[in-house]
Design a protein around this ligand. Structure first.
Ligand code: DLL
Length: 432
């Protein structure tokens, strides 16, 4: 099912022409309204009207997460707040979260893109769509919500209700479509088995999953647990939220909505733009966003792009599955954190050394993070009360700062260093 045939199946030369036209107006608006971009363009002699090709675009320096942080909260906005009708922020809190805003037009585009995502998975107005992404500052819940309403589906906004509740609702309300992170889908699948509910008792037929890396193995596990077709969907708050790229029924790459974004793949070390088909870091430029236009934003996600025609008749390019990042962001149940953020929290805790190691595994379908922390030499390892106090202090602080529940294991000094005194910071035992 193609939601917007005109734009999704446009001849490639028309897409490319439209991208350049929309790019120019985006650059113009950014230059006039965002002091950061004005300074940047002036410094590099970029004149928006003279950017007439993709080669010209390549002369503009990248925008990074650091740029956004430096301009926190509203410095990258290209419209006054009075024109902003919604604000979200990134789920990870690297010191300062990234704040993103939407004008009324941006929300209209977002809903349209989410309608395309749902239609690509064969979801239509006769479906009942259960949205089990967080509704809040995270873009997942609200993003899907408005798209599902636009296609006329019946929307059940369960947000992050516990797996058992999700199951009761999907059974009683006759949900046909489940939307959530793949790891949450696995937790729901585990509960289904625990409750000995036969998937045939449910009316589910489709699932759309994203916001974290997953694999064909996880796809197979989800499909066989619920008897559904599972689709991959990709996006990031800085660019839009969900609604950047998504799988069609061919499940052969994620179609990127090129009437709204220009993609490039670069070598993450040199910044050089790579030819079609090569693997590197995805860089995106928004070409319709009004509130917060992003020019050459480095996503940190490693993928490749192909422009070969797809049997579904959509003409926009496809991204390969996203499994790696250029930074060491770890994603625990959809929440993005950098190991250094954990380090920063630990440095506030008394009686610990600045040595820690993160152990991630999947327990009963749920991502679980255990932090091994070296205690200070001065602490008596046999003093159970002190150890328990340190442990609970760490857990509470991490929850307060990063919003995740962790397990903490205290270890003796100098036990985490491996050969050469180096600590392997992350040990990820989740098999993708
Ligand atoms: O995760 C937006 C989203 C919501 C996408 C719901 C899909 C569904 P952020 O919290 O800003 O936004 O995180 C964006 O998550 O740069 C990727 O590293 C990762 N990511 C998102 N989707 C996928 C996916 C949302 N399908 C970051 N596969 C991105 C792999 C994904 N990684």
């Amino acid at each position: 099912m193609i939601w917007n045939r005109e734009f999704e199946s446009m001849p490639r030369e028309d897409i490319l022409q439209m991208q350049i036209e929309r790019l120019q107006s985006t650059l113009n608006r950014a230059y006039k309204n965002v002091p950061y971009y004005k300074k940047l363009f002036d410094k590099h002699d970029i004149i928006p009207e003279e950017v007439n090709s993709f080669e010209d675009l390549r002369k503009i320096p990248f925008t990074t997460k650091a740029t956004l942080r430096e301009n926190y909260p509203y410095g990258m906005f290209a419209v006054p707040l009075r024109e902003v009708v919604r604000i979200h922020s990134s789920s990870g809190t690297t010191g300062k979260p990234t704040v993103v805003g939407y004008t009324r037009n941006d929300l209209k585009h977002w809903s349209e893109l989410m309608a395309r995502v749902l239609a690509m998975a064969g979801v239509g107005k006769d479906d009942t769509v259960q949205i089990a992404f967080d509704y809040g500052l995270f873009t997942g819940g609200f993003g899907f919500h408005y798209g599902a309403e636009l296609i006329g589906a019946s929307v059940v906004p369960t947000s992050l209700a516990a797996p058992e509740k999700q199951i009761h609702i999907m059974r009683d309300y006759k949900t046909t479509t489940l939307v959530c992170s793949p790891s949450f889908a696995l937790s729901i699948a585990d509960k289904l088995r625990e409750l000995a509910i036969n998937p045939n008792e449910l009316t589910l037929r489709v699932g759309i999953f994203g916001s974290e890396p997953w694999s064909e193995k996880i796809r197979a596990a989800i499909q066989s647990a619920f008897y559904i077709e599972a689709y991959d969907t990709y996006g990031l708050s800085e660019i839009m939220g969900p609604g950047v790229a998504s799988e069609c029924e061919k499940k052969n790459g994620l179609h990127l909505f090129e009437d709204h974004y220009i993609p490039e793949i670069i070598n993450p070390d040199t910044g050089e733009v790579l030819p079609m088909g090569e693997t590197g870091e995805l860089v995106l430029t928004t070409i319709t966003k009004e509130a917060v236009p992003m020019i050459r934003y480095r996503t940190g996600d490693i993928t490749s792009i192909v422009d070969a025609p797809c049997a579904c008749q959509r003409t926009c390019v496809r991204l390969s599955r996203i499994n790696n990042r250029t930074d060491d962001v770890i994603i625990i149940h959809g929440v993005k954190i950098l190991p250094a953020q954990i380090g920063a929290v630990l440095s506030m805790v008394e009686h610990t050394q600045p040595h820690y190691q993160l152990h991630i595994q999947r327990e009963g379908g749920m991502d679980a993070l255990q932090i091994h922390v070296e205690i200070a030499e001065s602490v008596n390892i046999d003093e159970v009360k002190t150890l328990m106090r340190i442990q609970s202090d760490i857990k509470q602080r991490i929850f307060a700062e990063l919003g995740i529940h962790v397990d903490v294991k205290l270890v003796e000094p100098k036990t985490l260093q491996g050969k050469g005194g180096k600590i392997q910071r992350v040990i990820d035992k989740r098999s993708n």
